[in-house]
Design a protein. Sequence first.
Lengths: 151, 306
Amino acid sequence: MKLRVTPIGNGTVIDHIPPGQALNVLKILGIDRTTEATISVLMNVSSRRSGKKDIVKVEDRELKEEEVNKISLIAPGATINIIRDRRVVEKYTVDMPDLIVGVVRCPNPSCISNTSEPIKSQILVKSKNPVVLRCVYCEQAIAEKIADYLI
Amino acid sequence: MFGMRHVLSMREFSRDEIDSVLDLAEALEPYARGGRCDALSGKILALLFFEPSTRTRLSFETAMMRLGGKTLNLGPAEGSAIAKGESLADTIRVIGGYADALVIRHPKEGSARLASQFSPVPVLNAGDGAGHHPTQTLLDLYTIRKESSLDDLKIALVGDLKYGRTVHSLAYALALYGADITLVSPPTLEMPATIKADLAGKGTIVRETHDLDSVIKDVDVLYVTRIQRERFPDPYEYSKVAKSYRVVPENLEEAKTGLIIMHPLPRVDEIAPEVDGTGHAVYFQQSFYGVPVRMALLKMLMGESR
């Protein structure tokens, strides 16, 4: 396969993101227009494993495990490669945490977490495959369109 | 057997914990009827009702007074800090400093959970929006245990099973006792599929029908709930449904002798007043049982043995 973006020297490569979810991955990681790092976003590239996939490359920044684990909500099979001097020094698949704080809004408009109270949303992971989440506050289950509820 | 710091949701109760609450309620029942008890003398219970309530608020107050304790009532929201825009979290932190436990009813779901995160003292959920109302479920279970039996129970839940929070948490609790549950509702107000699947997953027998008359002769408990008029866009549709789910003495001719009829109250048209005089009606006892059950919870959360 011809490389469309050259390998990075140092930083983090997030591979095997479901096609179309790369921008949501950036959103969860808090990477927006204010970032100074060089970011490469590849969408809908061929994948032997899944047909199509997205890839995100963040140069000169090694993302921490607890930081990237949050993306497992929308990209449960994503792999993280930490690159130093053009070599992969660490590689792992994201692991969904048991509790996700401040990433997903509760879909229930009557939930206390959707008011101006001084709290962050707290979502329990009830099942990892398929992904089923439950709001700690109102106990409503979230099983569909999780990306729609990203904060 | 009771290690809980707060009472927020029936989901958090094991069967042993429920049984321990019901056992203590039974021991306290004579005091609920007027005996002298000083178990919570010197303790203060704050009642924070952000929504109107008669039964629940008064029975908590009665329960606390019967145990020798005192209550604080949050006055009308107007004029208090809440009207000035104070957050619930701050209100809880402040009032938590004045009392030994808090009872909260609030229109937002999850509000009692939030309160428990900010409160220095135990929190009891007295209804959070369409969410939970665990003390109602416990008093329902107590009523069944006193007036019928929780063993080999056959129960029909009747009415609005879609939106009614009391029937959802009651159904979960009954699953812990292996009850045989029949759901009776209009097609538009059936119990949500997720709850039915959860119950079936726990091995509970759950049947469903739209025909009330077909189940009355088989059950030990008829748990009737109010069908709310506002759920129906067409008043004619409402009147048709309301009529078909009204319990009248004629429905009860083939009922078991020991059948009990329960209702969380207030009732509107679901149970004819003529049923009150039959031996089947227990809804007013049920309402009274809120007192010993709430006494048990208050004693467990604030009593000396903790």
